[in-house]
Every structure is written in C-alpha cells, then in structure tokens.
Design a protein. Structure first.
Length: 202
C-alpha cells in the first residue's frame, strides 16, 4: 500500500499524462485492501470471542430451528435441517456461540464448493450412541480435503477455502471445546465432508 502511494506521488510530481487513471486504479486497489484487512480483523475478533463462552441451559432443538429460519437457499445451494427427537434437547451452551458455530460450518462449506458451484448442506440433531451426549451432524457435498491436510483441519494456519485466511474450522473447534464437547470429521476428495459434534446433555 505504501509503495502504491509513493508511485502515485511520483507520477503527480512528474506530471504524468496518465495520472488520472493511475489515481483511479490506486484508489480501487487500496479500498480493496482495506476491505480485506477489515474482513481479516473481523475473523480474528470472532476467534477471540470463542474463548469467552457463557454457557447456560439451552434447548438445542429450538436453537437449531431458529438457525434454520436464517438459511437462504437458491438454485445452487440447498439446506436441509432434520431433528430426530420429539422432546427437548437440553445442553449447557452459549446460544450466540452455538449459532456462530453453525454459521462457520456453513461458511466453510460455501468456501469449499465443488467446481460445479452447487452445494447441498444437511444438518441433523439426535441422541448420540453414547446417551450422555447429543449428536449434531453436519454434512456438505463440498470438494473434500486432501489427505495431507487432515491433521491441520482445526489449526489456525490451515484454510480449506480459496481466500487463504479462513478461521472457520478453528472457531468451530474452540466453540465445541467450550461446550465441553467433542468434534470429529470424515472427508472424501470431491465427494464431501461430514462433521460429528457431540454436546453433553443437561
């Protein structure tokens, strides 16, 4: 950014005939860089907020239904939410972070779309095989992950997206840990990725 401004200043002093175009191009590039830096700052702010989980007794069933109402599908994106429990699903969670967890799972899948651009996301809630937990299952038919990256999925340095600085999955992991829960996943290249989130019952 500094170099661009120095080059623009030099063009002004030398009265370059293409100065107006240089000014326009430089302004657009700087505004784009500011937008990128703002987005990065927002992502790191989200990551920091996951360290401050304020857990209360919540009904995961209602939280998931509330989140479902915010999902907007279109021709290239389809969302499905299924709750396989007729009774309430109580757990000790921070409801804002629960929503943030779901938002980041969706964002990660969206950033990792297949080449055809179409995305299908399925979210389900049910009792886990271990009756002490609820199981939140998240599946997306995204590009999947390369085998060499599997050990890095939840690290801050890793990004499955094209933008290169996504913290979606580290944010998700931090939130689940704050709920005293567990998270695992399985993935297949060019087929999709599934996340299995176990949250202790209350």
């Amino acid at each position: 950014m500094r170099l661009k401004m120095q080059m623009l200043e030099r063009a002004w002093k030398n009265q370059r005939p293409d100065f107006d175009q240089r000014l326009t191009d430089t302004t657009e590039e700087i505004l784009h860089q500011v937008d990128v830096l703002t987005e990065v700052a927002d992502i790191f702010s989200q990551f920091a907020s996951t360290q401050q989980s304020i857990n209360r007794i919540e009904n995961l069933k209602m939280l998931l239904l509330d989140f479902q109402s915010t999902l907007n599908g279109n021709l290239n994106t389809n969302y499905s939410v299924q709750i396989n429990e007729s009774h309430d699903c109580h757990a000790m969670v921070d409801k804002k972070l629960f929503r943030l967890m779901l938002e980041n799972l969706v964002m990660n899948a969206d950033n990792n779309r297949n080449e055809n651009g179409k995305l299908s996301v399925e979210i389900s809630l049910q009792e886990d095989a271990d009756p002490r937990y609820w199981m939140l299952h998240f599946a997306a038919n995204d590009r999947g992950l390369d085998e060499e990256n599997l050990a890095l999925v939840f690290t801050v340095q890793f990004s499955s997206s094209n933008c290169g600085y996504s913290l979606c999955l580290p944010i998700v992991k931090n939130i689940v840990v704050g709920f005293q829960g567990e998270i695992s996943f399985k993935t297949e290249k060019n087929v999709g990725t599934e996340f299995f989130i176990k949250i202790p019952k209350y």
